[in-house]
Design a protein around this ligand. Sequence first.
Ligand code: FE2
Length: 205
Amino acid sequence: MYSLTPLPYSEDALKPVIGIETMRTHHGKHHARYVAVMNELAGGADVPLEDLIAGARERGDSKLFANAAQAWNHAFYWHSMAPDTYTPSAELKGAITAAFGSLDTFAERFVAEGAGHFGSGWVWLTAADGRLEIVSTHDAEQPQGATPCVPLLVCDVWEHAYYLDYKNDRAQYLRAWVARLANWRFAAAQYEAAVRGAPAFRYAG
Ligand code: FE2
């Protein structure tokens, strides 16, 4: 059995960018439901969630894959946000500058990628061979499932992530998210994993 990952902060910690009602519904209903359905489908599997996802992908078990990957993606999303404002480590900032020109340009491109993504999905900052990239994925998909890379940050662009606070203005949600919630301390740790093999995020629960 897999457990619902607890939030790494209180439900009201991300106000006013993300309100308490969104957090309660998103974590307590949506994320919890993905975990519950995954457990129904997983048949008592006792492997790390990362392996369960990889196995479901290989077998073409799309329903288990969708629920298991959504369980993982949401846990990663909670850690991609922080109530406190951090700045990227010097090394990560250097990689951002190399890839995008500046942190501001990164933010513009991240917002544009998420706002332009059609339908439900996720927008990610990833590192592959030390090079940073912004990618979006549909539904439950993960970039590391398509090509070897380490995700550094993710923003949920399913409507349930922002509709109560921003209605249909996804770009406004993304702008606020990048400016005020992006957890650069977490991203720097993931970058360490990408370039030096330090332990990367794993689902705990
Ligand atoms: Fe979500």
